[in-house]
Design a protein around this ligand. Structure first.
Ligand code: SF4
Ligand code: SF4
Length: 160
């Protein structure tokens, strides 16, 4: 008896699945949720809350908002962020002050929890939407977020 019951259940679940697929097929213009990736790579825009990677935006003058305060490094639960800093001469004041040398982000370790972004007092880091992060060697997942030759935007310290 269970033999026929299994066949019945199998056919029933097959038809249920096909009816859902058929419904999307017939109504694809009303709310298609599939995308032709990677053909649409040029136009593909991820949704706003997508967490692809942590990035540090720079403006057209190659300036960022990172003061090197290390709050993100401390907030990160698994050591994904490493801040390397030193004391450099501030051209404006002529005094030495803490400045970032490298903001290192180990993407391969990141759980996308967002605690670093929440902790940053100057909004220096945010979510990037890139998701094509496959590499053949894990070392390429280690990134320096501040660009070469970049510096701190004027006035950012005042907002801390
Ligand atoms: S998102 Fe979470 S795991 Fe990733 S760097 Fe930030 S705090 Fe660390
Ligand atoms: S990214 Fe933000 S929290 Fe991290 S060191 Fe820079 S200013 Fe501080």
């Amino acid at each position: 008896m269970s033999y026929f019951s299994d066949i019945y259940q199998g056919i029933k679940s097959l038809l249920t699945g096909m009816s859902i697929t058929g419904k999307y097929f017939l109504n694809f213009r009303k709310g298609s949720i599939t995308q032709q990736y990677p053909e649409n790579r040029e136009t593909l825009k991820m949704f706003e809350r997508f967490r692809g990677e942590v990035i540090m935006p720079h403006d057209e003058n190659n300036e960022h908002r990172c003061t090197g305060c290390q709050a993100c490094e401390i907030a990160c639960p698994n050591g994904t962020i490493e801040i390397i800093w030193d004391r450099q001469l501030d051209e404006e004041t002529g005094k030495k002050k803490k400045m970032i040398d490298k903001h290192i982000y180990h993407l391969g370790m990141c759980t996308m929890c967002g605690l670093c972004i929440e902790a940053c007092p100057t909004d220096a880091i945010k979510w990037g939407q890139n998701f094509e992060n496959s590499v053949y060697d894990r070392k390429y997942l280690d990134r320096v977020l501040n660009k070469p030759g970049s510096k701190l935007m004027k006035g950012v310290e005042d907002k801390e």
